[in-house]
Design a protein around this ligand. Sequence first.
Ligand code: NAP
Length: 283
Amino acid sequence: MTKIAVIGGGKIGEALISGLVNGGVSAKDVHVSNRRPERGRELTDEYGIIDFTDNRQAIDGVDVVFLCVKPKDTVAVLAELSDAIDNNAEDTTVISMAAGVPLKSLEDVVSAGTPVVRVMPNTPMLVGRGMCAVAGGRFVSDDQLDQVSELLDTVGDVVVVEENQMDAVTAMSGSSPAYLFLVAEAMIDGGVNLGLPRELASQLAVSTLTGAAHMMLEGDLGPSELRANVCSPGGTTIAAVRALEENGIRAAFYRATQVCAQRSAEIGRMSAGSASGSDEDED
Ligand SMILES: NC(=O)c1ccc[n+]([C@@H]2O[C@H](COP(=O)([O-])OP(=O)(O)OC[C@H]3O[C@@H](n4cnc5c(N)ncnc54)[C@H](OP(=O)(O)O)[C@@H]3O)[C@@H](O)[C@H]2O)c1
């Protein structure tokens, strides 16, 4: 069994742990490390995993280390773990979930030859429906990349990408659950504005978003055709679509994805060459 350490059991760390344990990974093979002991205890109570407050102890003897701390902390945390990684008998694969932080910044603080993988996950991992984009570093073998992909398969879909696509990937899948939650929220408020009780408006909006997602995933038609099929000539839906277009919905998404990718690149530049990172926050 692959032994796994998750450094940083916050939102993404928990989503990963939940997906792994519910996806069949033995809880006893999953370690988590946090600064706050109470957070580790919460995760142990919820998932039966083993918690630590010392990152170096947490990675002792593990095959895979997931770094799930904030980007500004990622390089420094890895630097502190470098010799403990070397002390492990087998090769330990390091997987960074941090937005923006380049493979080179990570590889620079561990011994040459340490396999490092960069992953852009998203929070639907919590319910086994995550999207993980994976880019392997210089010392990662095909077998190691396959092992990482297989592990992440238990928490959702996995694609292998080039590292230079990661900023765009962050805009498309890492951050985008938030765009869709915002769309759902706006639809619900629209329903409340029309006089529906909030609970009913919420049920209608969330069920419709889920159904539409299933149609795109499971059917043969793409989003343009599916939308056209709902728009009868002179009907209600085309009137609503026109209002959305007049209010700049497409432009808003072009702009949102662009600033998201730019922000990811900026975080990468801040982390490059700095083991202490920056004080700015992200996500
Ligand atoms: N949130 C998302 O949707 C999302 C999507 C894609 C990628 N990511 C990436 O995932 C990473 C984590 O993001 P997040 O949203 O999960 O952040 P978060 O909720 O703030 O979680 C970070 C966790 O790291 C712990 N931590 C901080 N410093 C630590 C240290 N030195 N040693 C051990 N644990 C430490 C924190 O514990 P304490 O509370 O005890 O300090 C906290 O539990 C980021 O790099 C982010 O770019 C996030």
